[in-house]
Each structure stands twice: as C-alpha cells, then as structure tokens.
Design a protein around this ligand. Structure first.
Ligand code: NAD
Length: 481
C-alpha cells in the first residue's frame, strides 16, 4: 500500500490532482498520536469540548470560500458545494447545543431493592475511524465525527479518493484550533487505506456502498469493534390515484434529480396508480425536459455532471438493460460528454419490471423508472420488494391516507406528501435502515451521540451485604440482592 493516486476532475475528465495514500505504518502512527491525546480530551469538561468545537465551526465559516472552491472542483457542482461549509458548521453548533442534555447520565435506585442505588457513567470510545464516500464529501466525512468528538472520542477520517481536494482546506480550519488538531485527523488514501485503518480504531462509522459495507463490517467484526454502516438505497415513492399530480411531479423530480441522483436517499423507483399513470408520466416528462444542465457555467442551471466517471457507465448499463428487456425511454437516457465530463439529462422510463436492474440495483443517477399498480396493497408489496430499505415516500390524496401507507413500508424514514425529507429532521428523530441499507442504529437524533459512549454503571449498596447463608434455595434476585 501507499503511493500516489491520480484524481479526475468531473467537469474535464482530466487527472489534475493527486493524493498520497498513507502507508499502514503511517496510519498506525497517526492513530497512536490521536489515541495519546484522547485521554486529556475526554477527561476535560464537556463545556471545554463544546467551546473547542464551536471555534472549529467558526473557522469553517471563515474558510468557506476555499472549502467551496475545492468542493466545487471535487464534485463539479456549485450550489451544493457552497452549502456544505454552512451545513457542517451548523451541525457542529446544533450538536453543541443538544449535547449537555443528552449526555446527562441517569441515576436512581434499584427497583428490586431501594437500598441499592446506581449511577450511569458514559465512557467515550477512544478512537473513531470514519470512512466516507464521494457524493457529499465534506458533510459525510463530518456527520459522525462531530458528535463523536463532542462525546470525547478522537477521530481519524478517510474520505473517498474520488473527491479529496476539500481535505486541505478542512485541515487548515483544524490547524487553527490546536486542541482539536490533537484529536482530529483527515487522512488521504483509497480502499486499502480504509481497510488498514479498521485495524487501529475502536469504533467505525462507514458510509458507502453495500458491497464495501459488507467487507468493512466483516473486518470490524474480526477486530471486535462496533461498526455503524450507512449504505446504499433504492428508495421507492408511491403515488395514489387521488394524489395531486403536480405536487407529486415536483416532489419526485427534486427527489430523483437533485445532485444528479447521486444521493443515497434519492428516489429511484416510482409506483403510480394505473388510473393516473399516463397523465402523471406526461407531466413528469414535461417537467423533466424543462431542467437544464449546469454547463458550461457551473453556477447556473439545475444539473451537475457525474462526480465519478465510472458511475455514468453503471447508470448507462441500467438503462440499456431496461431497454433490452422491454422498457420505453420517454426522455433523457443518454450519457453526454461535454467538455470532457459525463452528464445525463433527467431520464424517465416506463414499462419497467422488477426483472430489470434499474428497479432492483442502486442506480445513483437522475433516472425515474415508473411502474403502475392496481391497488394500494399492490403498491406496498412492490415498494417492499427490495433488498434495500433506506427511505421511501408516499404522495396520496390526503396526508392521513399517505401516512397509513407509509407505516406499511419497510424503510428507515418515510416522507409523506413529499420526498427526501430526512434532511429536515437530522437532529430531531431517530431512524435505522432496513435490510441491507445499513446496520448499527441511528446516526440522527440523540442516540447518534450516545452510541459513541460505552455505558457503565456504578452500583452502590447502602445497607449491609446479604450473607450467603441467607440466600433462599430458589434464588430470586429481586429479594436476595
Ligand atoms: P464505496 O463503498 O465505493 O466507497 C466508500 C469508501 O470506502 C471510500 O472512502 C473508499 O475508499 C472506501 N473503501 C473502499 N474499499 C474499502 C475497503 N475494502 N475497506 C475499507 N474502506 C474501503 O462507496 P462510494 O462509491 O464512495 O459511495 C457511493 C455509495 O455510498 C452509494 O452506494 C450510496 O448509496 C452510499 N451512500 C450512503 C449514504 C447513507 O447515509 N446511507 C450516504 C451517502 C452515500
């Protein structure tokens, strides 16, 4: 391992940047350094960590321009790049606000014996390892590390080798906060670097594809460390016969085409009642054709390039497979090469079935395959016919009807009367992925912070200890201890 990795620019296709993958020994050394500083970090009062983290948020805000520029080259898109520094700084400030209440340990008395009292103690895992993907480079590198650092862990983060330009400006922000610099490190490298990192951490947060997640999960099990896996999706949306068609079309296009469909919770399957199928598809096509590629000026228009050239080939493969098996292409569908980058206009397919890759495998592109259903039970069956289960959406005639359908879907988050609403509740509610979309619990809501703590209990007996001779034959713990 170790060596130089060439990085392609998504808008030109040229390899115009390079990183060095850390060697095994370098990773080990970095982990040892972070681990060494962690005991002081976790022993400090929470208010100290909160103060340090808030200073980091301020540095991110100050360095917003450099971060945005780097992220824009990494991803080929402007608007999402420009939002990312504010989103990360906002997440840091939000966790700082919530942490004191969440980290207040419970205490009380035994419900079996009031003479016995207990006090919970939370003990942070020493070193968190983060391995993150290319589709939202900064946000997904930080989303788990921020609550972990507040909890008292140190963190080593290995972002994707596909989008590493943002790492340098992030390091600049960390260097401005020396207390944080001692316990947080961004390292460069590829899959091998990620694999090596697993051997040296105490807790792992991985965001990426299901196949890599499986390998990472097995490696973590081998090390006997907890692994939180946030993986791919194939999110369905159900549109019932009484739904407002314009509302549905607006929500679905945004949910499927935003970020060129390169979001884990993108809408990737559309199930529409047969009574409105044709009208719905006509409107969907009409609205899809109104959108424009943000080329040549990345700061204008709607749709960026594929971040990762190989992804364009996967998306094209899904469309080809569907067409070969009898689907109809209503709009889009072609990989365009513009200025050296790979692009695709919003794509609508009809006549699709669950025998086609586009309905069962993660596409990760701006593709909307539409299938009709005869009744709501049929729709629920189709939506649940998947090995994924990240999120889902329902748009019906009324909110109540949509909520009833939503409760029957096997997914961690269901958007009702809209799509992709998960982002709005990141600090408020809990969600766990179903099936192979993830493993290990919620990365949002208060348990997202508590998961980085080992739960220890201090139990004290205020009365005399029970003599062994006084124990009954049939020991009943509630009475005897
Ligand atoms: P990927 O699985 O190819 O790579 C993710 C990361 O894992 C990269 O940093 C990579 O270098 C590293 N890696 C590769 N092989 C490894 C190994 N053997 N051991 C350790 N690390 C290894 O994923 P990707 O293509 O970068 O990202 C796209 C995928 O991420 C999609 O499937 C998408 O749905 C998923 N994703 C999920 C979420 C979520 O929250 N559920 C969010 C964003 C993206």
């Amino acid at each position: 391992m170790s060596g130089t990795i060439q990085v392609q620019n998504p808008r030109t296709g040229e390899a115009d940047y390079q990183i060095t993958a850390l060697s095994d020994a370098e990773i080990e050394m970095e982990c040892r350094k972070l681990r060494g500083a962690q005991s002081e970090w976790s022993a400090a009062p929470l208010v100290h960590r909160i103060d340090v983290m808030k200073r980091w948020a301020d540095e991110i805000t100050k360095n917003k321009e450099a971060l945005t520029k780097a992220l824009a080259v990494d991803t080929g898109r402007w608007r999402l790049a420009a939002e990312a520094p504010d989103n990360v700084a906002g997440a840091i400030r939000g966790w700082c606000e919530m942490a004191p209440e969440i980290l207040q340990p419970d205490q009380g008395r035994s419900s079996f014996n009031p003479e016995i009292q207990f006090r919970q103690q939370y003990v942070a895992y020493p070193l968190l390892g983060v391995i993150s993907p290319w589709n939202m480079p900064f946000l997904l590198s930080a989303i788990d590390a921020v609550p972990a650092l507040i909890a008292g862990c140190a963190a080593i983060i290995k972002p994707s080798e596909v989008t590493p330009r943002f790492i340098e400006p992030v390091r600049e922000t960390i260097a401005k906060v020396p207390e944080l610099d001692a316990v947080l490190s961004y390292v460069t490298g590829d899959g091998e670097t990620g694999a090596a990192l697993i051997d040296h951490v105490d807790f792992l947060c991985f965001t990426g594809s299901v196949p890599t997640g499986r390998k990472v999960g097995m490696a973590a099990a081998d090390q006997f460390i907890p692994a939180f896996l946030e993986l791919g999706g194939k999110d369905p949306v159900i549109v019932t016969r009484d739904a407002d068609i314009d509302r549905a079309v607006t929500a679905i296009i945004r949910g499927a085409v935003w970020a060129t469909g390169q979001l884990c919770f993108s809408i990737e399957r559309v199930y529409v009642d047969e009574a409105i199928h044709d009208v719905f598809v006509d409107r969907l096509v009409e609205k899809a054709e109104e959108l424009e590629l943000s080329y040549p000026d990345m700061r204008t228009k709607d749709i960026g390039p594929f971040i990762f050239g190989k992804q364009a080939a996967i998306v094209a493969g899904h469309i080809e497979d569907a067409l070969a098996k009898g689907a109809t292409l209503r709009t889009g569908g072609e990989v365009l090469t513009l200025g050296g980058g790979k692009w695709m206009r919003p794509t609508v397919l009809t006549g699709v079935t669950h025998d086609m890759k586009v309905m069962v495998d993660e596409t990760f592109g701006p593709v909307m395959p539409v299938m009709s259903f005869s009744d709501v039970d049929d729709a629920v069956r189709l939506a649940n016919d998947t090995r994924f289960g990240l999120s889902a959406a329902v748009i019906a005639g009324t909110r109540e009807e949509a909520e009833v359908i939503g409760t029957q879907l096997n997914a961690g988050a269901v958007s009702v009367m809209d799509t992709t609403l998960t982002n709005a509740i990141l600090r408020d509610a809990e969600k766990t992925a179903f099936n192979c979309s993830g493993l290990g619990g919620s990365r949002i809501g208060k348990t997202a912070l508590l998961r980085f703590m080992r739960k220890k209990v201090i139990v004290t007996n205020n009365a005399d200890p029970t003599d062994i001779k006084d124990l009954a034959e049939d020991v009943v713990p509630s009475r005897s201890f």
